[in-house]
Design a protein around this ligand. Structure first.
Ligand code: FUB
Ligand code: ZN
Length: 658
């Protein structure tokens, strides 16, 4: 018998019914649909993007690449970072090929890589906007240009595609890009002492380093993190030279440096400020580099950002970004529900951050938040048919308000076919297609099981784990561990924060009582087989917010397991704000196979008011017209499934009688 030193996770096959439905949807609907949209072949309506940055008639993303590769003639169309839609799609394709080999799709992707290779310049540069419209401005206005962001997304896609298919060409393009960036950026004479206005390249270079072991890529990622905010005048100097009025993206000029996390060095930044997606991509990059270099200062930054976001600036669904102005964070405990942002990409980015943090240290909270994002904040970004998407994920929505109040017009109540700024659709696709990479984390000889998603996993030394459950609807989780070599290792299971007061654990059918250490229980495995059964608390819970959140005072959110629920108008007869959950409310759970592809529903005792008549006074004394509550029920569905039926109101936070 020997203790494993560095166990490797080799592969994970998802068997979860819940996730396999989504993953098949990715293969059968989402990827073909997105491909047709990016080729301008789909008959769709492109919604006004929430920032009102202009609508386009079509995506033009593939056409932009074809123009650069001299296959067609024309102008660039779309945002300067339009190429990233293609790259995130390619990354999703890569992951999908691992669980669903598909020669036709692989051929399309291989050809796309050929096209990308043709579009890439000799020195490795690739950003179609600048190549077509403004070659003289390359790297000259980094605050808005997204050039490194764009190439970062290609690098991520290439790493994934190479890992799954072995396509060397894809990887070589990425290396050339990274080399081009390395040749142009740094503190050495003749190089640009700057960085991109939108973090992403840091995490992408880290991924490239992990694959290739080429130290220069990690050094470059480290440089970008360290240089950020060192010279607060860097962007301004570039803009002075490029021409003040020469904006690449309208409306972005007035955002302060903190919007770009560039007002001061990142080690001095106390709170998560500015654009939410930028923050979480930056955090992911910091966490990657902290892990790969062991830099303690960077780790401290990660933890500081994590705590600020999770403990003070996150919605109960995991969504982040409290305002549409700049798609940004605002201030601690400012979590309005009906004017918020909660961009899908920000939740997806939060899963990246959580995953990295789990790789740094076995802290259950990272797994809790990852789970929250997977089952709520990210998943709500995609419709059940796979062809409609939310960019903004509100916790309260009302079609009348969205139409009538310009301050709420960014809150769509139906998912859109596509967006002028289409960052979210392919982001959620790549997350779902790679969910197998979010279930286990290995630390030396410890395997952590932090997500409850049925699967069959193989590790080194012929160790295999079969995890079976009907999560998120059922809390019974079973593990069958096979360890033919009788190696010694630790198996850590996350006890979710929502179940820590009440759970049951059995090892080989015998009850065990183990201490929960930072959110995990640990079991020593040394026999050739072991069966572990965990029973989690699936009671319906009423959640209240910290009372510093003024918007949620006197309200509750309803949660069962990891799933946060919401009320939709079509299941409840009155305007949702006229209900309140009763003081001693009973709540009943029922799994409905026929609704919304099969969901757990909740009915909770409530009271409701008759709606006042339009002839009633706008204001009157309470004694003149007291509220007259009468018995009712509220029907709730999972938040991720809202907006898949008729248009109507939705609310996560519900009034509560105390
Ligand atoms: O700026 C590039 C992407 O577009 C961001 O990540 C999204 O938030 C959207 O603004
Ligand atoms: Zn997005």
């Amino acid at each position: 018998m020997q203790t494993c030193t560095n166990l490797e996770l080799n592969n994970v096959k998802i068997t979860s019914e819940f996730w396999n439905r989504y993953r098949e949807l990715i293969v059968k609907e989402v990827l073909p649909y997105q491909w047709s949209v990016m080729n301008d072949e789909a008959n769709i309506h492109i919604a006004d993007d929430p920032q009102k940055n202009g609508t386009t008639k079509n995506s033009h993303a593939i056409a932009n690449l074809k123009i650069v590769a001299s296959k067609i003639k024309g102008h660039h169309s779309g945002f300067p970072f339009q190429d990233t839609d293609v790259y995130k799609w390619l990354e999703a394709v890569a992951y999908s090929l691992r669980y669903h080999p598909n020669d036709d799709l692989k051929q399309i992707a291989d050809k796309l890589i050929d096209l990308i290779a043709e579009a890439q310049e000799y020195d490795g540069y690739l950003s179609t906007y600048f190549q077509i419209e403004a070659p003289e401005r390359k790297f000259k206005r980094l605050k808005q240009s997204h050039e490194l962001y764009t190439m970062g997304h290609y690098i991520e896609a290439a790493v994934a595609y190479y890992q799954v298919t072995g396509n060397e060409k894809a990887l070589n393009i990425a290396r050339k890009m990274a080399d081009c960036i390395d040749n142009n950026f740094g503190l050495e004479k003749g190089k640009i002492p700057g960085y991109d206005g939108h973090p992403e390249i840091e995490l992408a270079l880290s991924r490239l380093y992990e694959l290739t072991h080429e130290k220069k890529y990690l050094n470059l990622a480290y440089y970008f993190l360290k240089q950020r905010g060192q010279d607060p005048k860097f962007f301004d100097h570039q803009i002075e030279q490029d021409g003040f009025d020469h904006d690449l993206i309208e409306g972005m000029r007035n955002f302060p440096l903190s919007y770009y996390q560039a007002a001061e060095p990142i080690v001095d930044q106390e709170t998560a400020e500015g654009h939410a997606v930028r923050v979480v991509y930056l955090c992911t990059g910091i966490a990657y580099v902290a892990r790969l270099t062991g830099d303690q200062d960077l780790l401290t930054v990660c933890k500081r950002f994590w705590n600020n976001i999770v403990k003070k600036r996150m919605y109960v669904t995991g969504n982040i970004g409290s305002t549409t102005t700049g798609e940004s964070f605002t201030y601690d405990y400012d979590l309005p529900n009906d004017t918020m942002y909660g961009e899908t990409c920000a939740s997806v980015g939060m899963t990246f951050f959580a995953k990295q943090m789990l790789q740094i240290e076995p802290e259950g909270e990272y797994g809790d938040i990852l789970e929250k994002e997977l089952f709520n904040g990210s998943l709500s970004g995609i419709s059940l048919d796979g062809k409609h998407f939310f960019y903004v994920n509100p916790l309260e929505a009302d079609p009348t308000a969205s139409k009538g109040n310009p301050g709420k017009s960014h809150i769509l109540t139906r998912r859109a076919d596509w967006f002028g700024c289409a960052c979210c659709p392919s982001n959620v696709a790549r997350l779902i297609a790679s969910v197998d990479q979010y279930i286990y984390t290995v630390h030396g000889s410890t395997i952590l099981s932090h997500q409850f998603i049925s699967n069959e996993a193989n590790f080194d030394n012929n160790i295999s784990i079969i995890q079976s459950n009907n999560f998120p609807w059922d809390g019974n989780i079973s593990y069958k561990i096979k360890n033919p070599g009788e190696n010694k290792f630790k198996f850590g299971i996350r006890i979710p924060s929502w179940s820590q007061c009440n759970y049951k654990l059995q090892v080989n059918k015998k009850d065990v009582n183990l201490p929960v250490k930072s959110g995990f229980v640990y079991i020593f495995v040394e026999s050739s087989q072991m069966q572990i059964d965990l029973s989690l608390d699936m009671c319906i819970q009423f959640i209240r917010a910290n009372n510093r959140v003024k918007n949620d005072l006197g309200k509750v959110a309803v949660q069962r397991g990891p799933i946060v629920y919401c009320a939709e108008e079509m299941d409840n007869s009155a305007p949702l704000w006229l209900y309140r959950i009763k003081e001693q409310a009973q709540a009943r759970y029922h799994y409905n196979d026929h609704l919304l592809n099969g969901i757990g529903t909740i009915k909770v005792d409530a009271e409701v008011l008759n709606e006042d008549s339009k002839d009633d006074l706008l204001y009157t004394t309470v004694s003149n017209k007291p509220y007259d509550w009468h018995e009712s029920k509220l029907s709730l569905i999972p938040y991720y499934a809202w907006g898949n039926r008729d248009d109507g109101q939705m609310s996560v936070w519900l009034n509560k009688e105390y």
